[in-house]
Design a protein around this ligand. Structure first.
Ligand SMILES: *Cc1c(COP(=O)(O)O)cnc(C)c1O
Length: 363
């Protein structure tokens, strides 16, 4: 049996360091907004090549706080991918703005820059590209469109810690970026966590206030903020895991390469990487018009697999009150994609076994 993702296996190589980090926080007697969070923010900002990092409670808050800090709300529109995890859309509707979905590039599954301009209206304030499955969106044309129309570019980098585009890391490609440290992400905590990265100093200052009850000085409240902070224990754990992120992303790449070579001759559609992108393989997503058989093949070989994502955002009950135009590509993808196991600590022989199982039924 090969599990889709075993988080115990992901964290156990770091167990001694993680336990020591947790003990250090316990002994400090200081559990919220302290030294560990500050140091993690500095270290993660340096890693992403940006000036500022603000630790928050989770990835969804990271995205909605950026929108709020930019004053985006009711009456405003934000361009989002039709093909993404629902949190991208929820961040937009949480601040009262309207998500305007744009279909993906059929090869990369990321937002198609060529379709963005047609979706811009007088109300559009921002574009929120997602680096889906760990693969950077095609940012150069998106940034160019943003400049031409005066729109903010907000990266949803929740699946792309360490990925790069034309040599620059995600998190520093737009005006601001939201990251998630949900346990299953490439940089995962042992609970919820998130962060915002940006080079915009004013934005960073405002976000530090918004995440902490709208307060800079204790018991003095300048804004109606929220409570969304990365806690000291998670920050201490993330400081341990950040040291291994590049190694772990390299190990994901090795697994991805095994899949590329073992599945090359099959009719299964493999991920497509654009020249400018260096992905981090948060997920390895293959595609087949006969997904039923593909999934049955893996299930009977006891190989974990998942669908990311089975229901498109625009078809979720949560958005039944909204009217969206036809989004056929998002709908086709939801029927055809399947994710196969990838993680830093699955072995080459396991990856070969996955490849062989698929090959046995898809020639
Ligand atoms: C995980 C994820 C989020 C949200 O992160 P949480 O920490 O779970 O709130 C946002 N966007 C994408 C694309 C994600 O995969």
């Amino acid at each position: 049996m090969i599990e889709f993702l075993n988080l115990k296996r992901v964290n156990s190589p770091h167990q001694d360091e993680i336990c020591a980090a947790i003990q250090r926080v316990i002994d400090s007697g200081w559990y919220i907004l302290g030294r560990e969070t500050e140091l993690f923010e500095q270290e993660f900002a340096a890693y992403c090549g940006v000036k500022h990092c603000i630790g928050v409670g989770n990835g969804l808050d990271a995205l909605s706080l950026i929108l709020r800090a930019y004053g985006i709300g009711p009456g405003d529109e934000v361009i989002v991918p039709s093909n993404t995890f629902i949190a991208t859309w929820l961040a937009v509707t949480y601040v009262g703005a309207t998500p305007v979905p744009v279909e993906p590039d059929e090869r990369t599954y990321n937002i198609n820059p060529g379709l963005i301009e047609a979706a811009i209206t007088r109300r559009t304030r921002a574009i929120m590209p997602v680096h889906l499955y760990g693969q950077p969106a095609d940012m150069a044309p998106i940034i160019e469109i943003g400049k031409r129309h005066g729109l903010r570019i907000i990266e949803d980098a929740a699946q792309a810690h360490g990925a790069s585009y034309r040599g620059s890391r995600t998190g520093g490609l737009g005006d601001a970026a939201g990251f998630s440290f949900y346990p299953g992400k490439n940089l995962g905590a042992l609970g919820d966590g998130g962060a915002i990265t940006t080079n915009d100093e004013n934005l960073a200052l405002k976000l530090r206030i918004l995440r902490n009850y709208g307060s800079k000085v204790k018991y003095k409240h300048e804004l109606m903020g929220i409570n969304s902070r990365l806690d000291e224990i998670q920050a201490a754990i993330l400081r341990v895991k950040l040291k291994y992120l590049d190694f772990e992303n390299a190990s994901r790449k090795t697994i991805a390469q095994i899949y590329f070579s073992t599945l090359a001759t099959t009719p299964v559609i493999l991920p497509f990487v654009i020249n400018d992108a260096d992905p981090v393989w948060h997920l390895f997503v293959i595609r087949s018009s006969d997904r039923v058989r593909l999934k049955a093949t893996l299930d009977s070989a006891q190989i974990g697999n998942m669908i990311h994502y089975p229901i498109s955002c625009h078809q979720q009950d949560a958005y039944s009150a909204f009217e969206f135009g036809p989004l056929p590509l998002a709908e086709i993808l939801q029927k055809e994609v399947l994710s196969i196991p990838i993680s830093p600590y699955i072995t080459s022989s396991e990856a070969l076994e996955v490849g062989a199982a698929i090959r046995s039924n898809f020639r």
